[in-house]
Design a protein around this ligand. Sequence first.
Ligand code: BMP
Length: 264
Amino acid sequence: AAPVTKTYTARAAGVKNSVGARLLRLMDTKRTNLSVAADVTTAAELLRLAAAVGPHIAVLKTHADTVSDWTDDTATALRLLADEHDFLLFEDRKFADIGNTVVAQAGGGLHKIVNWADIINAHAVPGPGILSGLRVAVESAGRSVGVLVLAQMSSAGNLATALPGYTPAAVAMAVTEPDLVFGFIAMEGGLGGEACVSMTPGVKMGGGGDALGQQYATPDRVVGTAGSDVIIVGRGIYKADDPAAAAKEYREAGWAAYERRCRG
Ligand code: BMP
């Protein structure tokens, strides 16, 4: 399919999940479609990185379970930074269990994810009960949270991409709950229609990969050619000598690709 050429803002009105609509408007207002994958291992590094890249990003993506000294204060400090710099917090926990279990994983444990994250994500493998469970957790937290379903992955040999029918089935599951699910982790845009947001990991200037199966595409390819909406960049930014400067570069590349796409 041809990439979606409508602006993020023009699509926001059709998005039923309030976090998804907010993300689309925020990207146009702040002029950034960049998400930084903050894959650092201490709370101090995480907060330092969030403060440095905050002015350039739409979303900060975390793996709270890789932070060795995570406490409730880490979440509180992240929320303050998110509100100060106007970005959303995405905890990339990739829930993948039965509904009853994800209620406890999303709401409880050490990380109490739905108490602070704006965006969470889920594999489609367990079936729709996983979304019912996440809905219970979100409703009991009493906050606005949006869910992304993993429709595709960036890693070599991943079964979502290798098995014909997997991605359409994941999309079909997601679009039945538009007030909860606003989009996908995917390698392309347009999945689920223009009211859905695609966020793409595996992004690095120059492309390439790593030794453990990661496969990279450039911001231009992801947003321009593949029509995805948000680039997710980890090592390309947090391993740079100057993460803020690298974030600015990725922001500009992602934004230029979006503006070209909107011109059709
Ligand atoms: P990096 O840019 O350093 O390769 O990091 C990519 C980030 O995106 C990691 O946090 C990883 O967990 C996540 N990710 C991915 O790479 N591929 C996927 O398919 C899904 C992901 O969440």
